[in-house]
Design a protein around this ligand. Structure first.
Ligand SMILES: [Ca+2]
Length: 509
């Protein structure tokens, strides 16, 4: 199929002087379901009540069949961004595959991909890119990187400032397909080097939620409608705390093991703790009026109390924590299997971890749903949701002759395209109908998405002496207090944050 398209494109280019409207004459695979989804009503809203917004990337653009080379993450769950599915195994993969044809046709480009491991600051992805940038080889036009490691100092000096309209003429960050909260929290002194938007379905997939097994909750006497509780704003720490006491030695061997039933299941590698930062509306870092950043940790009584709450929560009888509970495995496989096999009433995890987890949940006999992370207390007005640090960020490498027109047109068009078609297709037809399947669960899902938040301190944690690990995750997992962890590392934290701010400031000059 792709070869055919390339041939058509080549033919088209030969005939270009004659065929002025080359783009309109080509045969490309039709994306009927998604196309139907774009039809607007007269009120200016689409069928899901979202504003119909034009993508202002002119159709007259023509990059002459040039390759747009994307260096990207090789992990299974991040492939939904680039959608390079030569062999599609489901409807979403098919939609994404055809989307790419449409984009290639619209801009007259050819998408090319290189996949590397992105999972450290010095990852293969970052080091490969760094060598290429240093030698100014111009191999890559666009980078799709792992959120928490993509900000690596190896490559950041070579990135285009996305807030400079002359550098990215076709990007319009006011459009609804760009993640405003990320943009607001990732920038400093008018500099923004990373961005995430609707093109990055993997970012949505990393949103943390509380799953609950509806059938199991009923059989263990939880009769209240948890969706209603959540939608009425009543899903709080206190409730989850009560449920986390529930434990049933179902195999009767008087030993807590992975075959029993637990009130609360999660993963001490990250998800058990990270989401509560946002659920409780806490930030590591605040921004001053002059644009500089400062910590909001020392003397933060709410953060200290929140830590104590989380530690107490996970000490309850009915808790099984991956990588923490005695006898538990270290990786997430046991977590998703236990939930899928009805071994837990509640489970704190991301929307989509990877394919095997997703398939196991969809194959479950019991019905399950999602709730947000609980509120700190009933006084808290809104829920807060966090995105686990493995979300995807996009950057444009600044070679001496990088093609800002082409990459910005691609990013704007791909994000706008996903906003119009892929995102509603994914959310409405797949996530809501296949993952969650009830209308109430869908409402909760919308509420969760509407409350997602980023924190400068966590976005750049790897450059701030791993502040998220040292004052939060490790303390929650291993005991101690936020204030002690802060005191032990305060000097380095402050030094690193100033260095980071200074770096941003130096780029602004
Ligand atoms: Ca047992």
């Amino acid at each position: 199929m792709k070869k055919l398209l390339v041939l058509l494109l080549a033919l088209c280019m030969l005939l270009l002087p004659v065929l002025t409207a080359c783009k309109d004459t080509e045969e490309v695979p039709e994306d009927t379901e998604a196309e139907e989804a774009t039809e607007a009503d007269t009120s200016g809203l689409d069928e899901w009540g979202r504003p119909v917004v034009s993508i202002d990337v002119p159709e007259s653009l023509d990059f002459g069949g040039e390759e747009l080379h994307i260096i990207c993450r090789n992990e299974d769950y991040a492939l939904v961004d680039v959608g390079d599915f030569e062999e599609q195994t489901n409807a979403l993969e098919q939609q994404l595959y055809y989307r790419n044809f449409d984009i290639e046709e619209y801009l007259n480009i050819e998408l090319v991909y290189s996949y590397y491991d992105p999972t450290t600051l010095n990852s293969k992805l970052n080091s490969t890119l760094q060598k290429d940038l240093e030698a100014d080889l111009k191999t890559y036009d666009l980078v799709l990187n792992y959120g928490t490691f993509g900000i690596s100092a190896l490559v950041r000096d070579y990135y285009v400032n996305l807030l400079d309209p002359s550098a990215v003429p076709y990007m319009d960050l006011s459009k609804p397909w760009w993640n405003k909260n990320y943009i607001e929290n990732a920038q400093a002194y008018g500099q923004l080097y990373y961005i995430t938007g609707d093109y990055n379905l993997s970012t949505y997939n990393r949103v943390m939620v509380t799953y609950f097994n509806e059938s199991l909750c009923l059989s263990y006497g939880i009769s209240e409608n948890l969706y209603e509780v959540a939608l009425d704003g009543g899903w709080t720490y206190e409730r989850l705390f009560e449920y986390a006491k529930m434990y049933d030695d179902t195999n009767g061997n008087t030993v807590k093991d992975a075959n029993d039933v637990y009130g609360l299941l999660s993963n001490a590698n990250s998800e058990a703790y990270d989401g509560f930062l946002y659920g409780f509306q806490l930030n590591f870092v605040k921004t001053y009026d002059d644009g500089a950043h400062g910590f909001d940790i020392a003397g933060n009584l709410k953060m200290e109390d929140a830590m104590s709450k989380i530690q107490t929560l996970y000490e309850q009888d009915g808790v099984w924590l991956i990588a923490k509970t005695e006898g538990a495995e270290k990786t997430s496989e046991q977590q998703y299997k236990m939930f899928a096999e009805s071994r837990a009433l509640f489970d704190i995890d991301v929307i989509y971890r990877y394919k095997a987890q997703n398939l196991a949940f969809r194959d479950m006999t019991d019905s399950y749903g999602i709730l947000p992370l609980p509120k700190y207390d009933s006084e808290q007005k809104e829920y807060g949701s966090g995105v686990q640090v493995a979300y995807t960020i996009c950057s444009i490498p600044r070679y001496s002759n990088y093609n800002g027109d082409m990459v910005s047109a691609f990013l704007e068009y791909a994000n706008g395209y996903n906003y119009r078609t892929i995102r509603p297709y994914y959310f409405e037809n797949i996530v809501k109908k296949q993952y969650f399947s009830t209308e109430d669960s869908s409402k909760v899902f919308d509420m969760v998405l509407a409350s997602t938040d980023f924190d400068f301190g966590e976005i750049y944690a790897q450059l701030i002496n791993q502040v998220n690990n040292l004052v939060w995750r490790n303390v929650a997992k291993n005991g101690g207090t936020v204030s002690r962890a802060w005191a032990e590392n305060e000097t380095v934290f402050r030094k690193k944050l100033i260095e980071l701010d200074n770096w941003f400031y130096s780029k602004a000059e």
